[in-house]
Design a protein around this ligand. Structure first.
Ligand code: BG6
Length: 489
């Protein structure tokens, strides 16, 4: 299919600070939750490392993804220990490769680069009085390079890297104090970077705040009450940030961001259909609050039923109303299959597999048509511009004997997804701002904490334990995507 995208379409690429930057303790940066999580793999869960404050005893516990409980060892706080490897510490070492990486992205022809600012590089403890100048300079340099190569930065303010001090001292996002700290942080970056950045995203995958207690909410607890409060606090924080962004620069465009996992009902059994509809609230609830400016009735009812009480003020709801977002950003990798809750479902969090889809080595189904389906649904439901800010194919890429990385599987994946985006724009009339595939330069996996699960168009020569030259190599997909951008589709 011949594709000809709108002139202003933002062809891009995406990374996040804790998975890409490295330099975790350089130039005054404070520790974040990501800095105390070890590497892992598909088979081995990532761990938080702890130190007992009284006895000095060291220990680990599993990072409780998906409502998982985090076992907090007695009198201990999360601490960086000598005998463990923490992928965020060096990551892809963008810290020392900034010039080269931005040049490669410039040559690629990117129109947009989605990245995140690490809160702890700006406010090392999260609650500091004044910002860290070196952190400001670090991002100023990134933005200057974006300008040099004519790339628009699309900046996420929080991407799974809450300053660790906010966890230890305040208990993370369930504490309302974080609203003010976050708003101050946003005001600082909106103000410092107002001449460089127009596209902002508040919280990455905000809907994961109720499943990823440590990474997204900075909490050890996993009670429904705490999850609800953390989500509420982030809604208020995000809304206030949206209003501030507009005040500082009326050109600013601020989006919310969700992990979008389309769930097909497994059968036409009405119970399966209903279950799929109910589960779509896992992301729709967040979009409804952030786009429509109010809690949907089903959530209020649910909270009443479960005895969940939000610590809130009237002003919170006024701000949520007035601080709705300009656009919806979302990640889309795969889709799921949903059946009425049963034993099988409990066992497999990804749900039953879809016999019509191929999967990658990590079991993620490849569903480009689902992307068009999602674009149509989101656009009809919310009537806001949409931005696909993450999409991609994780694979254990390897260099061949000639030093080439022949990632035709990735080209195929991206090509099919781009075709579906094109159809959504031209056949369905969906307003799509752009497409920033994930990990345009290889970075560490968030889920498994390994480098092996690569998404990039640019290969970074480093292994799961941070050994390697960190040299950059263009993969076949780099040339292919360069051509796509040049020909606008
Ligand atoms: C998204 C996150 O959920 O998925 C990214 O926003 C993450 O940070 C991406 O890297 C892919 O997941 P993974 O586990 O393969 O890195």
């Amino acid at each position: 299919m011949k594709r000809n995208f709108p002139e202003e379409f933002l062809w891009g690429g995406a990374t996040s600070a804790c998975q890409f930057e490295g330099g975790y303790n350089q130039q005054g940066k404070g520790l974040t939750v990501a800095d105390v999580i070890t590497n892992g793999s598909k088979e081995t869960t990532r761990k938080i490392t702890w130190k007992n404050q009284k006895t000095g005893e060291e220990s680990t516990s599993e990072v409780g993804a998906f409502w998982g409980e985090i076992v907090v060892p007695k009198d201990s706080i999360p601490t960086v220990l000598d005998d463990y490897f923490y992928p965020s510490h060096i990551a892809s070492n963008f810290y020392d490769h900034m010039e080269e990486d931005m040049r490669l992205l410039g040559e690629l022809g990117l129109k947009a680069y989605r990245m995140s600012i690490s809160w702890a590089r700006i406010f090392p403890n999260g609650d500091d009085e004044t910002p860290n100048e070196e952190g400001i300079n670090f991002y100023t340099n990134v933005f200057k390079l974006c300008k040099k190569y004519n790339i628009k930065p699309v900046v996420t303010t929080a991407h799974y890297d809450i300053p660790l001090n906010l966890v230890i001292k305040y208990g993370g996002w369930k504490n309302r104090k974080l609203i003010d700290f976050y708003v101050k942080y946003c005001e600082t970056i909106f103000d410092y970077f107002k001449n460089y950045v127009e596209y902002w995203i508040t919280f990455n995958e905000i809907n994961s705040v109720i499943v990823e207690n440590f990474k997204a909410a900075g909490m050890y607890s996993n009670t429904e009450q705490d999850f609800a409060q953390a989500a509420h606090n982030q809604f208020v924080a995000s809304a206030r940030a949206v209003m501030l962004a507009k005040k500082i620069n009326s050109e600013n465009k601020v989006g919310c961001m969700v992990a979008y996992t389309l769930g097909y009902a497994k059968t036409c059994h009405p119970e399966d259909q209903l279950e799929a509809l109910l589960r779509s609230r896992d992301y729709n609830f967040f979009l409804e609050v952030q786009c429509n400016g109010a809690y949907p009735a089903y959530k209020t009812k649910e909270y009443e039923r479960k005895g969940i009480h939000l610590d809130s003020t009237n002003q919170d709801f006024i701000d949520i109303k007035n601080g709705s977002v300009d656009y919806i950003a979302f990640s889309y990798y795969t889709s799921g299959v949903i059946t009425k809750k049963n034993e099988e479902d409990e066992l497999d969090l990804m749900g039953p597999s879809n016999p019509y889809l191929k999967t990658n080595d990590w079991g993620w189904g490849v569903d480009p048509v689902g992307l068009r389906y999602s674009l149509i649904t989101l656009s009809e439901r919310y009537k806001k511009p949409l931005f696909i800010v993450e999409n991609g194919y994780g694979h254990a890429d390897e260099k061949d004997n000639n030093g080439k990385i022949k990632d035709d599987y990735r080209i195929f994946y991206m090509d099919e997804h781009i075709t579906e985006i094109y159809k959504a724009i031209y056949l369905d009339g969906v307003d799509v701002l752009g497409y920033t595939p994930w990990g345009c330069i290889d970075c560490i996996s968030l889920g498994t904490g390994e480098m092996k699960k690569r998404y990039g168009l640019i290969f970074v020569d480093v292994d799961n334990l941070g050994n390697g030259t960190f040299k950059r190599f263009k993969k076949d997909s780099y040339d292919w995507y360069q051509n796509i951008i040049k020909n606008n589709g």
